[in-house]
Design a protein around this ligand. Structure first.
Ligand SMILES: Cc1ncc(COP(=O)(O)O)c(C=O)c1O
Length: 383
């Protein structure tokens, strides 16, 4: 099979621009006019590549904001010319706050120390802050008392602006039961009412992730922070089921494929072992393809003797242990495999597919982790 997208790469990630645009349009349609779309491009855009993904999103004109985890991720977007408002969701060390402000990053705040340091910054810029409210996830966030204190500090400072209130759901992906999320929504609304009653109103309220925006329309508010769905992946099977039950025809298209090429083809006699630890023994004369990909690249070691890859549109089982930079696949039943043939680790080839969910199931995790752990150094090629 000819390699078309990346003739010079050993291992690479292909991004389908068409699928990303379709997903963006699908969410734009779902959210309607009252809710801005805030694609979450943290963690290298969930492993897809923050730079190419943010560029496609921004030029599409379909998103109003972008969200990242760290100040460095935000600065990287700015260096690459992002003009959209960028919200930092994660913690910013006090020493890095001036960097964030200099580059017009919006900040999620929940610590007195952060607000005090921001207040003391000598800048003419307005600093836009989003107060994170604790509603039951018990991760970042403050309770009502803390929120009132921080809101007062922010309001009392000329350079600070209280732009938003946010929270994050604890139990929206893993269940078809929305009662816990419903309680979080109620707490959020109650806190918001108290804050507003005291004169601390904010223009941008945002609490929805992909699953919430899909199955719980009341959570969409002014802004929806959409991550996994934009990449064409479902937050969970439960989300898909819940949506189907609601009669929705909502569709997503995976954006990412992960590929490599055959490095060597060899024949191994029956009764030989393959790879470290002699964990696989051939029961017949076996043809193997040596693949130049390993756990360093994000191909999890738990895939040893478990996964399959796609070669010539057929499934080739991974034999032996996945090494740091290599692994071996059984191609005995796939005739004509040669060095340089394209191998799909994640994605489609012919009529076969290895999905992120399938890889996740093999290694006992979720699709989010599979894609975010693809080594960021590997080239991302937009097709
Ligand atoms: C605070 C916050 N908001 C939004 C998201 C996006 O979630 P999802 O990828 O499920 O849409 C995340 C993801 O981890 C998050 O941490």
């Amino acid at each position: 099979m000819q390699i078309t997208a990346a003739n010079d790469h050993l291992i690479w990630v292909e991004l389908s621009k068409k699928s990303l645009l379709k997903n963006l349009q699908a969410f734009r349609g779902l959210l309607g006019g009252g809710t801005k779309l805030c694609p979450v491009v943290k963690s290298n855009a969930y492993g897809h590549g923050a730079a190419p993904i943010a560029k496609i999103i921004e030029t599409s004109g379909l998103a109003g904001w972008l969200a990242v985890n760290s100040v460095d991720e935000g600065l990287e977007l700015r260096r690459r010319g992002t003009k959209l408002p960028v919200l930092v969701l994660g913690y910013v060390p006090l020493e890095r706050l001036s960097d964030a402000v200099l580059h017009d990053l919006r900040l999620t705040v929940y610590n007195r120390e952060t607000v005090l340091r921001l207040k003391a910054l000598k800048t003419k810029k307005k600093i836009y802050l989003h107060l994170k409210l604790e509603t039951g996830t018990n991760r970042q966030g403050v309770d009502l008392k803390g929120a009132l204190q921080l809101a007062k500090m922010i309001k009392g400072s000329k350079n600070l602006a209280l732009e938003g209130y946010s929270t994050h759901f604890a139990n929206i992906e893993d269940t078809t039961d929305r009662s816990f999320a419903g309680r979080q929504l109620q707490r959020y609304q109650k806190m918001l009412a108290e804050l507003e009653k005291k004169g601390f109103k904010a223009a941008v309220n945002h609490i929805a992730c992909t699953a919430a925006s899909l199955v719980f329309p009341q959570t969409r508010l002014q802004l929806a922070r959409i991550g996994i769905g934009l990449y064409g992946l479902w937050p969970s099977r439960e989300t898909m089921v819940s949506l189907k039950e609601q009669g929705s025809e909502f569709r997503l298209e995976p954006v990412l494929s992960w590929k490599t090429r055959v490095a060597q083809v060899k024949t191994v006699a029956a009764g030989e072992y393959i790879g470290y630890g002699c964990t696989f023994r051939t029961s017949r004369k076996t043809k193997i393809a040596v693949l130049p990909v390993g756990y360093y690249d994000g191909y999890d070691r738990k895939l040893s003797n478990t996964a399959y890859v796609l070669i010539k549109g057929k499934r080739a089982p991974v034999r032996g242990r996945v090494c740091m930079n290599l692994c071996m696949a059984d191609i005995t039943d796939i005739p004509g495999v040669k060095p340089e043939d394209e191998v799909v680790l994640l994605g489609k080839q012919g009529r076969e597919q290895v999905s992120a969910e399938q890889l996740a199931q093999w290694i006992g995790t979720i699709n989010y982790e599979v894609v975010t752990r693809i080594n960021p150094l590997l080239p991302r090629v937009v097709v």
